[in-house]
Structure formats: structure tokens, C-alpha cells
Design a protein around this ligand. Structure first.
Ligand code: TYD
Length: 205
């Protein structure tokens, strides 16, 4: 690894189904990299901007939101994220730790694998920055479902997180993620997973 002053930008993406522990791992990776004085920016989609907020409201509704509307809003939110956050951070030579990107849109909004591949292509045609590294938090939908049900009320579960839906999303992820994706065993302790991710990130710098 180079010394911190000669560091290049790095765009690191974390993907995974709900309950895979992405957010916890990103927090730990951030802490570990920051301790070494590496310049880290943490970003997430949906963003906290106006489109992201609208998306969170829609996703929290009891009735399933219109798929085309969601797709449209996720892309609008992403384009704004690219302009306001992603490109500026890359220009400032930051290490971006990104919580979800267009592979989430493909896996969650894609009805089939073919459909999901089209969503990936649609995003790539928009010339959004490509991640340098992708981590996938690897967990069975059954285990992820158990984790989610432990932390949320049963009312939420009935509405949003049916196990079949998670299985579908998981299958699409596995079909569309690039071959270079690094699979992290999400069943290990957060410290171990974060340590593995940090060592791979440092090798890449
Ligand atoms: P997120 O805040 O990452 O939830 P969690 O921290 O529980 O993983 O994402 C909120 C939800 O948005 C999540 O269920 C996945 C969904 N989502 C999509 O459906 N499409 C997308 O393009 C993105 C980025 C997220």
C-alpha cells in the first residue's frame, strides 16, 4: 500500500439482501480505515436527498409501490448522488464506501434475471462511475430473514420482507454480479468480516 498522501481514489461498493449486515460492516470498515488516517467517505442509496426520502416513504407503505415509478426514482436519486456526492468524493481522492448502488436496483426492481441485466445496462449507459471493488455480503435468505424478524415488528414483516422475495432478490444478485465480486461470509462476526474487507481494500490501494 502507498502512504496516505499518495493515495488514489477508490470506489468500494457493498451489496447484499436485507439483513445481510451491510451497514454494520460499512461502519466497522470506516472506523478501521479512518484509524489509519485514510480518507473515507460513506455514501448510501437511497440517499438522504429529496428523491431518496420519497423512496423511503414509498418503500414503507403497506401497498407495494409501482415498479416503474420506483425504478425511475432510484435512477433519478442515483444521478443526483453521482453529481453531488460520488464524483466530488472521487475527485478529492476519497475511498468511497458505498451502501447499495445500481446492482440493488437490478436485484430489487428486476422481475427476472433478464430484466435485471437490462437495468444494469440502463444504468451503465448513463455513464455513472463504476465501482473499483464490489463486496457481496453472503448470507442465506433464511438467516437474513431471521435477523430482520428479530429486529422489526411482525406487522412490518408481513408487509415487506417475505422470505420468497428475499430468495428471488438473492438469486438475481448471484446471476448479475460481476465475476470480480468478492463474497464475504456474512455469518462470521462483524469484526472478522470488516477485517477481511479492509485487508482487500488495502491490497487494492
Ligand atoms: P437500505 O437503507 O440499504 O436498507 P437496509 O439498511 O435495511 O439494507 O435500503 C432500503 C431498501 O431500498 C432496501 O430494502 C433495498 C431497497 N432498494 C431498492 O429496492 N432498489 C435500489 O435501487 C436501492 C438502492 C435500494
Amino acid at each position: 500500500m502507498n502512504n496516505p498522501s499518495s493515495i488514489k481514489s477508490l470506489f468500494v461498493l457493498f451489496e447484499g439482501i436485507d439483513g445481510s449486515g451491510k451497514t454494520t460492516i460499512i461502519d466497522s470498515v470506516n472506523t478501521l480505515l479512518s484509524k489509519e488516517a485514510l480518507p473515507v467517505t460513506v455514501l448510501r442509496e437511497p440517499t438522504s436527498g429529496r428523491h431518496g426520502q420519497k423512496l423511503r416513504t414509498l418503500l414503507a407503505e403497506k401497498t407495494e409501490p409501482d415498479r416503474a415509478l420506483l425504478l425511475d426514482l432510484f435512477i433519478t436519486d442515483r444521478l443526483e448522488d453521482v453529481t453531488l456526492n460520488i464524483k466530488p468524493a472521487l475527485e478529492k481522492k476519497q475511498i468511497i464506501l458505498m451502501d447499495r448502488y445500481y446492482y440493488s436496483t437490478a436485484a430489487y426492481q428486476g422481475r427476472t434475471v433478464i430484466d435485471a441485466r437490462k437495468i444494469v445496462e440502463q444504468n451503465q449507459k448513463l455513464a455513472v462511475p463504476e465501482p473499483d471493488m464490489i463486496f457481496f455480503l453472503d448470507i442465506t435468505p433464511e438467516t437474513a430473514f431471521k435477523r430482520v424478524t428479530e429486529r422489526r415488528s411482525s406487522k412490518d414483516i408481513e408487509c415487506f420482507e417475505k422470505i420468497e422475495r428475499m430468495q428471488h432478490i438473492d438469486e438475481i444478485y448471484r446471476a448479475i454480479l460481476p465475476e470480480t465480486t468478492r463474497f464475504l461470509n456474512a455469518g462470521l462476526s462483524p469484526e472478522v468480516i470488516a477485517g477481511q474487507a479492509v485487508s482487500m481494500i488495502k491490497d487494492f490501494l
